[in-house]
Design a protein around this ligand. Structure first.
Ligand code: ZZB
Length: 257
């Protein structure tokens, strides 16, 4: 699977994270790394999700620069010329998703200046980086989770004000209008982030967005999504906000001694 790694820069850490950051040299920049297949939707990032019970690490990428992602993703990155030394992972801290809830990050291209790290129970530790940037206009999972977090903020132990529910349209589709994910979630009567119909909604949102979607926001407004995808990705890479990140798709590579 060929993902784009999006760098969301930490602006203010959650209090629970602070005691676990002692090894970080002061003045360091740390980035949450979200693996995405939809770089063209980055304008609409309203928050960024971690799995509350997933374990993450902070890994050195360069002097003063660190990535926050799963150990598994860091190991993969070490073999893709992302870290300074081939095959070597330098870990400076260990945190659970729970520790970082409420952290403020700067999401590249997002119309919302600072967004929060929020919990998503359906994040898979075994995929991507374990960090998922949220685009509720075009991802049914993100829409369903955003609405649930807003409705049950106390239950999730978060501040209601951290959840941005004013959803920005980015892509227009002839079939589902300018909020593909919201339309699909409503039409399919999906009312929980754990609804078994979500994978089908995701598939449909991918297809409709890619084949029939037109950008209506950002510098590529007016262009088909199928063209804008690569243009936005290249822009993000050129400006140092993203990089290519590949992983063996569901493949377990093992070797017997
Ligand atoms: C932003 C975004 C905007 C995404 C969108 C999707 C959509 P796939 O196809 O299964 O590989 N994702 C990434 N990692 C994880 C994880 N560990 N657990 C759960 N979800 C994860 O899925 C890749 C997409 O699933 C990624 O692209 C990410 O969300 C999420 F408008 O990033 B995406 C119709 C989907 N739209």
């Amino acid at each position: 699977q060929e993902y784009t790694g999006i760098k969301l820069k930490v602006v203010v850490w959650a209090d629970a994270a602070k005691p676990k950051l002692e090894k970080l040299p002061s003045g360091s920049n740390v980035y949450f790394i979200a693996a995405t297949l939809r770089p063209e939707t980055m304008y609409g990032q309203n928050c960024c999700f971690v799995g509350p019970s997933i374990n993450y690490g902070i890994f050195k990428v360069a002097e003063g620069e660190y990535f926050f992602c799963s150990d598994r993703a860091a190991r993969n990155m070490a073999f893709q010329n992302i870290f300074p030394e081939w095959g070597v992972v330098e870990k400076l801290g260990e945190l659970s998703g729970k520790d970082v809830i409420g952290t403020v990050v700067n999401a590249p291209l997002s119309a919302y200046k600072d967004v929060r790290i929020l919990p998503m129970e359906t994040v898979k530790a075994s995929k991507g980086t374990g960090v998922v940037t949220s685009v509720p206009s075009d991802s049914p999972d993100d829409y369903a989770t955003t609405m649930d977090l807003a409705k049950k903020a106390d239950y999730y132990g978060i501040n209601r004000e951290w959840v941005i529910t004013d959803i920005l349209p980015i892509i227009e589709s002839p079939k589902y209008g300018n909020l593909i994910a919201k339309t699909l979630v409503e039409q399919m009567k999906i009312n929980s982030p754990k609804d078994p119909k979500l994978p089908e909604a995701k598939e449909e949102a991918y297809k409709e967005g890619f084949y029939n979607g037109t950008m209506i926001y950002g510098e590529f407004a007016g262009r088909p999504v199928s063209e804008a995808k690569e243009l936005v990705k290249q822009f993000l890479i050129k400006t140092g906000s993203a990089f290519n990140y590949a992983e063996p798709d569901g493949l377990v590579i093992s070797r017997s001694a």
